[in-house]
Design a protein around this ligand. Structure first.
Ligand SMILES: *[C@@H]1O[C@H](CO)[C@@H](O)[C@H](O)[C@H]1NC(C)=O
Ligand SMILES: *[C@@H]1O[C@H](CO)[C@@H](O)[C@H](O)[C@H]1NC(C)=O
Ligand SMILES: *[C@@H]1O[C@H](CO)[C@@H](O)[C@H](O)[C@H]1NC(C)=O
Length: 272
């Protein structure tokens, strides 16, 4: 434990009263100096901003040296999602579930336990706001589910303002990072493409995903992992297009079975 942990930007109940840190302070507070750097930076091209760990592409190697076990990872991911959604709500940022996280919502309003990847999106103005005021901000959460307290950091890719898909090494615009486990949420920006051949209202992400804005807006209010969340308006169409019809009905997937009584994905025996 560091004495200067108290400096962290915010706690759950007093988000509005504290001032953001200078960006360089954030990593100092998190004090990664005594850890081995597993960031994978050395193997990455210099143009790439975010570095996944050498041991698992869904962990940030600055904060962890190894992946968590199945149950621990599941618990850490749930808290990652909850703290992210709560923080965005407090900051007044509209964010919505996408990709695997949206599919998890479809089944039981939870993450899928085999998926160590969490995906959310924001609009371009929201990303500018986060980059301007909250880059490298650390948010401290101490809740009944996190009794020891935990720090989460928001980090914005300096290349977020470049929406061009040719910048393919920087398709992730920002991350919400659990500074204890190294797990993170990928935050991507849905940008209007004013020159799209299909005309007005087309949006795209740097990773090449494209959709018309009427698929996303107006966002629907719902619950995910027990906290308030938003999903795209035409969520079912988006899911069928991305994963195929079967993904909405097949109850045996990735070594897990969906139990309709408990409404949970249970691992098959070999997984434990
Ligand atoms: C960001 O994008 C520019 C091109 O716009 C590119 O030259 C650069 O390498 C990219 N990466 C970083 C980290 O700036
Ligand atoms: C966020 O802060 C980091 C660390 O100071 C910096 O490298 C990065 O360029 C910043 N991102 C933006 C969008 O300014
Ligand atoms: C906009 O859409 C066109 C295709 O209609 C594509 O060639 C172009 O790369 C897109 N622009 C961006 C910034 O994604």
């Amino acid at each position: 434990m560091l004495p200067n942990r108290l400096l962290v930007v915010a706690t759950l109940c007093s988000l509005s009263t504290s001032a953001p840190l200078e960006p360089q302070d954030a990593l100092t507070i998190l004090d990664t100096t005594d850890r081995k750097d597993m960031s994978g930076k050395a193997g990455d091209p210099p143009q790439k901003y975010f570095h996944e760990s050498t041991f698992d592409p869904h962990y940030d190697g600055r904060f962890a040296e190894k992946a968590l076990g199945y149950q621990e990872q599941k618990a850490a991911l749930k808290n990652l999602v909850r703290t992210f959604l709560e923080t965005m709500k407090d900051l007044g940022i509209e964010t919505w579930l996408m990709h695997g996280s949206l599919l998890g919502w479809w089944w039981n309003k939870q993450i899928m336990p085999w998926d160590s990847d969490v995906d959310v999106q924001v609009t371009e103005p929201s990303m500018y706001f986060l980059a301007t005021y909250y880059n490298m901000s650390v948010f401290h959460y101490k809740t009944p589910r996190l009794p020891a307290g935990r720090n989460y950091m928001l980090e914005v890719n300096p290349n977020f303002s470049n929406g061009d898909q040719s910048d393919w090494r920087n398709v992730i615009d920002a991350r919400w990072i659990d500074t204890e486990s190294g797990l993170f949420i990928d935050i991507t920006t849905a940008r209007y493409n004013l020159t799209h051949l299909s005309g007005q209202g087309m949006m795209s992400c740097k990773d090449g995903h494209e959709f018309r804005d009427t698929y996303i807006f107006p966002l629907r209010d719902t619950i995910f992992e027990g906290v308030a969340a938003k999903i795209p308006y035409r969520y079912k169409d988006l899911l069928m297009k991305e994963y195929g019809d079967w993904s909405l009905t097949l109850k045996d997937f990735a070594n897990h079975v969906f139990d309709e009584v408990t409404m949970e994905w249970a691992p098959k025996l070999s997984n434990r």
